[in-house]
Design a protein around this ligand. Structure first.
Ligand SMILES: *[C@@H]1O[C@H](CO)[C@@H](O)[C@H](O)[C@H]1NC(C)=O
Ligand SMILES: *[C@@H]1O[C@H](CO)[C@@H](O)[C@H](O)[C@H]1NC(C)=O
Ligand SMILES: *[C@@H]1O[C@H](CO)[C@@H](O)[C@H](O)[C@H]1NC(C)=O
Length: 612
């Protein structure tokens, strides 16, 4: 395993004798630390820059190899100007890309502007934080459920500085004390969980010496392919936050198809590389918290809290292995007065930008701020570059719709979870629109009722139109009860599916059988309940056009029920006898196909009779 395929690894070669125009600066000391303890790679640089030339300098350049620059999620630099050890207060330096004409290829340059020019002989201390995503490459790319993940990290032992560096060192922090291999140069040390390169003295500008570290890591590689956060302001006292996640395990792919039976046969085998839960850190006063997926609310989630935060533990219905995906939604309410403030005649929302989940990388974040209807003069201020647009959200009781700010950003890391503001103006009169509409609405309903009651009296109770109307009401009522029963059956089907998933997690055969027993008796009850309803429909001439569909629905649902029961029995039995096999899996798969097709037909039929 420790032999690399070097042909896979990009090695960059620079011209060492490249002499940049800015070479009047010299870095007298540079310490670099790289933290590989999570999927998000953080590099911190502490450097001391000296102006050895005669002209004052207003910019300090940093250069990163292209493969790093492409994955750079955040770059911040602060300066502390001072002589010797006395360091003044830190100043944030604006940074922009500034590519010199004579740059070697595969190198991207960033220029940090100094608050004040650095004069001849003066020096400056700088701290830089660079955050990278997608920098760890799983190697091997595919592993089985039982194996640990291994990653390759490629760097240069010498910083690609545009200036000569007098003394420099690099420390790489690994997630654990284990390492498969690392490139050994002169002055290389491995101790604890750190690989140290250096110190190296008097290196010329743009020195580059590739090193590769191969190490195990089983920290969660949770990547949100997409996150849509919606923040809705209600001036009646609430800020509602709803977050839709599309999450994937971004580490090494789990090989082959995941076999539930294999997993069941060895329930204690926990995939080392899988993750089971994630923690969302919500504000302390968050309330009405929920967590649901396509099937419904997930009650196995836990909520803890103290006065400074609320922790929501999110546990997907199955453990997440490499390449596996899950979609879910979390929602919570926040007290308005903690987030909305007055400023002159305007209001502003001040709330955090990113995901409340630690160490989740968000590839595409869409943030929507839904303002109350009637808001105007809207402006947004976010402390980093984003794509901005505006749309309108219409919900019940809205006339013109609510102005909605849409902010999009790619590669969002926890460091982006900063406060941002939305400023807007709003007249308090608009606040009365909805109650006024409600009052008008009730008043018109009231008037309509009076007219209707009067109108109804004009129809004689024995008239045929009156009887037809009564019959039609009965048919509709019956169909509704019938739909209700079918929906309850479908819910039980879902419960059976969930029980199989539970079985794969906890191995509790008895619990799974108990679910089937109670499902079976409930389904029988429902079937009894639906008989008199069908009789009513069969005897009513008004139901003639819908009856065939209802009868078809009954047959299909029954068929679906049988198939699901069959599959349930097969899986539980095989689990009990610990017998698996390709043949068995094929049979389960073929039943599953029929189940999916039937479920689609049942849903379609339900929809059809709903429209009657
Ligand atoms: C899920 O939880 C939310 C919030 O507690 C609740 O409003 C909703 O009715 C629940 N849905 C189901 C299907 O239980
Ligand atoms: C937003 O809120 C944070 C935390 O309460 C605070 O530190 C920050 O100053 C606020 N920003 C503005 C512009 O009010
Ligand atoms: C993420 O955004 C990029 C650029 O806007 C787009 O090309 C890509 O399809 C998006 N991915 C997803 C999963 O939405």
């Amino acid at each position: 395993m420790s032999s690399f395929r070097f042909d896979l690894i990009l090695i960059l070669i620079f011209t060492i004798h490249f002499a940049p125009a800015l070479s009047d600066l010299v870095i007298s000391k540079l310490d670099r630390r790289i933290d590989l303890s999570s999927q998000i790679v953080r590099m911190t640089l502490t450097l001391k820059v000296e102006n050895t030339g005669t002209d004052p300098v207003s910019e300090v350049s940093l250069a990163f190899p292209e493969h790093q620059a492409n994955n750079l999620a955040l770059l911040v630099a602060v300066s502390t100007k001072g002589k010797g050890k006395s360091r003044g207060s830190a100043t944030n330096l604006p940074i922009k890309i500034k590519q010199p004409n004579d740059s070697p290829p595969s190198l991207i340059w960033y220029a940090a502007s100094l608050p004040k020019e650095l004069g001849k002989g003066e020096s400056l201390n700088m701290d830089v934080l660079a955050v990278f995503t997608h920098m760890l490459r799983p190697f091997p790319e595919k592993i089985t459920q039982a194996e640990s993940q291994l990653f390759l990290f490629q760097e240069s032992a010498h910083f690609t500085s545009p200036y000569n560096v007098k003394v420099q060192s690099l420390t790489v922090k690994l997630p654990s004390e284990n390492v498969e291999s690392y490139t050994k140069l002169e002055n290389t040390k491995f101790s604890g969980s750190e690989v140290k390169y250096g110190p190296y003295e008097n290196l010329p500008a743009l020195s580059y010496t590739p090193v590769i570290i191969h190490f195990p890591s089983n920290t969660p590689f949770a990547v949100a392919k997409e996150l849509v956060r919606e923040i809705e302001i209600s001036h009646w006292g609430n800020v509602q936050v709803t977050e839709h996640y599309n999450l994937i395990h971004g580490g090494a792919q789990s090989t082959g198809e995941f076999s539930r039976l294999d997993f069941q046969a060895r329930p204690h085998l926990r995939g080392a590389s899988a993750f089971r839960n994630l923690i969302a850190m919500l504000p302390p006063r968050a309330h009405s918290i929920y967590y649901r997926d396509a099937i419904g609310n997930i009650s196995t989630s836990n909520i803890y809290g103290d006065s400074s935060k609320t922790l929501l533990e999110i546990e997907p219905r199955y453990p997440m292995f490499g390449g596996w995906k899950t979609s879910f939604t979390i929602g919570y309410g926040l007290p308005l007065q903690d987030y909305l403030f007055q400023l002159g005649g305007a209001r502003f929302l001040n709330i955090t930008f990113g995901s409340p989940m630690n160490d989740v990388l968000v590839e595409n974040l869409t943030l929507k701020v839904v303002l109350p209807e009637g808001s105007r003069d809207i402006s947004v201020s976010v402390p980093f570059p984003v794509k901005q647009s505006q749309e309108t959200k219409i919900s019940h009781l809205d006339i013109a719709g609510r102005p909605t700010i849409v902010v999009e950003k790619v590669n969002v890391v926890p460091e982006h979870n900063q406060y941002f503001q939305v400023h807007y103006k709003f007249s308090n009169l608009s606040l009365l629109t909805e109650p006024l509409m409600l009052i008008c609405g009730f008043f018109s309903l009231f008037v309509a009722c009076i007219i209707y009651m009067h109108a109804d009296f004009t129809i004689s109770k024995s008239s045929s139109s009156y009887l037809a109307k009564l019959q039609w009401d009965e048919v509709q009522g019956t169909i509704q009860q019938f739909q209700d029963i079918i929906n309850r059956c479908l819910l039980i089907h879902d419960k059976l599916e969930v029980s199989l998933r539970e079985l794969s997690r906890n191995g509790d055969v008895q619990a799974c059988k108990a679910v089937r027993k109670s499902a079976d008796s409930l389904l029988k009850d429902y079937s009894k309940e639906s008989k008199p309803l069908l009789a009513i429909l069969q005897s009513s001439p008004q139901a003639a056009h819908i009856l065939p569909k209802v009868e078809e629905l009954i047959v299909k649902e029954k068929d679906l029920q049988e198939k699901i029961m069959l599959k349930h029995t097969m899986v539980v039995d095989s689990y009990e006898k610990k017998s698996t096999g390709r043949d068995f899996e094929n049979r389960v798969a073929s039943i599953q196909q029929k189940i999916s097709a039937l479920r689609q037909e049942v849903d379609d039929l339900l929809e059809f009779i709903e429209d009657v």
